[in-house]
Design a binder for this molecule. Structure first.
Ligand code: UDP
Ligand code: MG
Length: 329
């Protein structure tokens, strides 16, 4: 019998946890030849999410939970789930019931047909603001232009079924600044997209705001392509060429026709334009430098505080022990 774990990252979801469990349980019960269990990841919630998880885990055998030592973000919480899941496949779902449990059966069917990564694709972005929708369009267009070797999947989020092969491969990618959506694409394997309609949140409120989404988009861009750097090089070359041509023109006019030097407005425009370009280029380099800074520390992606009622400790670095040979005089 196939074993599937449903991974649920939770951050301040006390109002929906029980609702989520009963709704999903009702659906997975009907799927034959499959043993489902739940792995909730409490991502440093400040409300009573952890208490609810403890109670649920005590009441149901098929529920396990991991509690992280603080809020590490959804990307890290998902990784914790994948690290600890022991199953033939996992399904990642939001706790707020925005991902319809009715899609699970379809995912399993495609998985059994041989697909490794069955992802749910939003069929409409109706509930979103004009700004969010257009920013998403720009993001996908830029990523499509820049990443040549693989294409970022459009309107596909974290709601997906991953085969063991994908789980194991993801475990190799221990980068700190995670952009999981891109990592799924990077993995490759056999992908199948199934349509779904995003449901309204069952209760509570979203933690994503415009700034958080912008940061995620920047991270996505800087961790998956160096094309912006190349673009800056090209821009620099073009501007330099333009400047050289203009310089020759100004010199010719001054030497041959005694044209007076162009005044303050021209100078100001050129200076501000070049200054702006330089700051933009520095900013882009800075973004990449920031990524290197974070990755170079090799910190773990998350720390676990508690698993199924047991407090966790990370083994300290091993201290040197005495060896047999004596120090020579
Ligand atoms: N989440 C998390 N850590 C965070 C933020 C969110 O684990 O720091 C979880 C959250 O509990 C939910 C899922 O990620 O299960 C999606 O979050 P949310 O509904 O706020 O985002 P949206 O659906 O608006 O994209
Ligand atoms: Mg949500």
């Amino acid at each position: 019998m196939d074993k599937i774990t449903i991974i649920v990252p939770c951050y301040n979801e006390e109002e929906v946890i029980e609702l989520f469990y009963s709704a999903v349980h009702e659906h997975v019960e009907k799927i034959s030849d499959c043993k489902f269990n739940f792995l909730f990841v409490n991502d440093g919630s400040h409300d009573r999410t952890l208490d609810k998880l403890r109670a649920l885990a005590a009441a149901h055998d098929e529920i396990n939970y991991i509690s992280l030592s603080r809020n590490f973000g959804k990307e890290a919480a998902m990784m914790a789930g994948i690290d600890y899941a022991d199953a033939d496949a996992v399904i990642i779902m939001d706790a707020d019931l925005q991902h319809p449990p009715s899609s699970i059966a379809e995912m399993v069917t495609w998985w059994r047909a041989g697909y490794d990564d069955v992802c749910a694709k939003r069929i409409d972005r109706a509930g979103e603001t004009w700004l969010k929708r257009h920013c998403a369009n720009i993001f996908y267009a830029v990523m499509k232009k820049f990443s040549t070797s693989y294409e970022m999947q459009r309107d596909v989020g974290d709601f997906r079924l991953l085969d063991r092969r994908c789980m194991e491969a993801l475990k190799l990618l221990r980068e700190n600044q995670r952009f999981t959506k891109g990592l799924f694409t990077w993995l490759g394997y056999r992908k199948k997209e199934i349509p779904f309609e995003v449901q309204p949140r069952a209760a509570g409120s979203t933690t994503w705001n415009f700034v958080a989404l912008f940061n995620l988009a920047m991270r996505g861009m800087t961790s998956f392509t160096t094309a912006p750097l190349r673009l800056m090089t090209l821009l620099g070359l073009t501007v330099s060429f333009g400047a050289l041509t203009y310089m020759l023109f100004v010199l010719t006019m001054a030497l041959l026709y005694g044209d007076p030097v162009a005044g303050y407005p021209t100078l100001m425009t050129v200076m501000l334009f070049l200054g702006g370009m330089q700051l933009l280029a520095l900013g882009i380099i800075g973004e990449y430098l920031g990524q290197i800074f974070h990755e170079s520390k090799h910190r773990p992606i998350y720390l676990v505080d508690e698993i199924d009622g047991k407090r966790m400790i990370y083994a300290p670095r091993r201290l040197p022990t005495e060896c047999n040979t004596k120090v020579s005089d």
